[in-house]
Design a protein around this ligand. Sequence first.
Ligand code: PHE
Length: 339
Amino acid sequence: MQEELKNIENCAIEDIKGARTSEGIDKVRVKYLGKKGELTKVLRGMGKLSAEQRPVIGKIANTVRENIEGSIASMINSIKQEELDDRLKQEVIDVTMPGKKITLGKKHPITQVMDDLISIFTKMGFKVAEGPEVESVYYNFDALNAAKNHPSRDMSDTFYISDDTILRTQTSPVQIRTMEKTKPPIRIISPGRCFRNDTPDATHTPMFHQLEGLVVDEGITLGDLKGTLEMFAKHFFGEHTKIKFRPHYFPFTEPSAEVDATCFKCSGKGCSLCKGSGWIELLGAGMVHPNVLKNCNIDPEVYSGFAFGMGIDRLAMMKYGIDDIRLFFENDMRFLNQF
Ligand code: PHE
C-alpha cells in the first residue's frame, strides 16, 4: 500500500506539471483528491489494515495528500501569473499613439440667446417661471381675455389635443399660472417653446420660442414698461439703441403696443436688415388688462401691471444675421458650429 501511495503521488505530480490551465488543474484535483479520486479510493481501503499498520500508512497518506495539494496550489499560482502576463501582453498600450480628441460641444444658438435674455432680466430683478407646453384652452385663451371668436383659436392656427387641451400658442398662460399662485409684487420672465399651426417657411416654424415678462404691483405704469424695455434693448443690442411704441391690440393688455428698436446693424440709418426703415420689430407689450387681473383674483383697483412677449428665434436671427429660421432646427453641424 505504501508503494501504491508513492505511485499515486508521483503520477499526480506529473499530471500537475502537465496541466497548463486553471481547468486542467481542476481536473487533476478531481482525479486524485475528489470523492472518487485515486487517493480517496486507497484511503477507503484502510479499514482492512491491521491496527499497527493503520497509523503508519495513515501518516504516509496524509503526507501524500499534503504534497499533492501543495503542488496544486503552487501550480495554480504560476498559471495565474502566466495568464496575467498573457493578458498584459495583449492589452499593452502604445503610449506614443495619438490620443482620441474629445470635442467640446456648445449650446445651440437659440439657447445662447435665451441665456443672454435670462441674464439681462434676472439682473433687473426678474425671476424665471415656467409653465407646461401642453396647456388648457382656459389658460392659453379664456383667462387671457381672448374672445371666443378670436382668430388665434382657430384649428388652422392652434394644435388641439382635445376640445380643451392644446399645445400653447404663446408663453402668456404663464402670466395666469403665476398670478393664481402668487400675490403681487410679481416680477417674472418665462422663456419656453410655443406651437402654432404654421407651414414652415423662412420666417415660420410650427415650434418656436418666446420669452414672456410680467410685472404686477401697486402703481405700475406704462413708464415702467418703457424704462424696462429700453434698458433691455440697450443691453441686448448696444448702448445707442432707441425704442418706440406703435399702438397695437392684444386681448390681455390694454393699452397694447408693438415695440420697435433702432436697427442695430445700421443704427437707424436704414439698411437691408431693417428694409430701409431704420427700425426693427422687437416684441409685443402692454398694460395687463383689468379682466386678466380679475380672472386671477387680483384687484385692478389696487394693482396694475405690464407684460411683454418676444420671439427668441427672431432675436437670434437678428443677432446673428440669419435669414431662414428653419436652419435652427435642421441640426446641421456646419451651421450650428458657427455660433
Ligand atoms: N403673447 C403675445 C404674442 O404671442 C405677445 C405678448 C405678450 C404681447 C405679452 C403683450 C404682452 O403675440
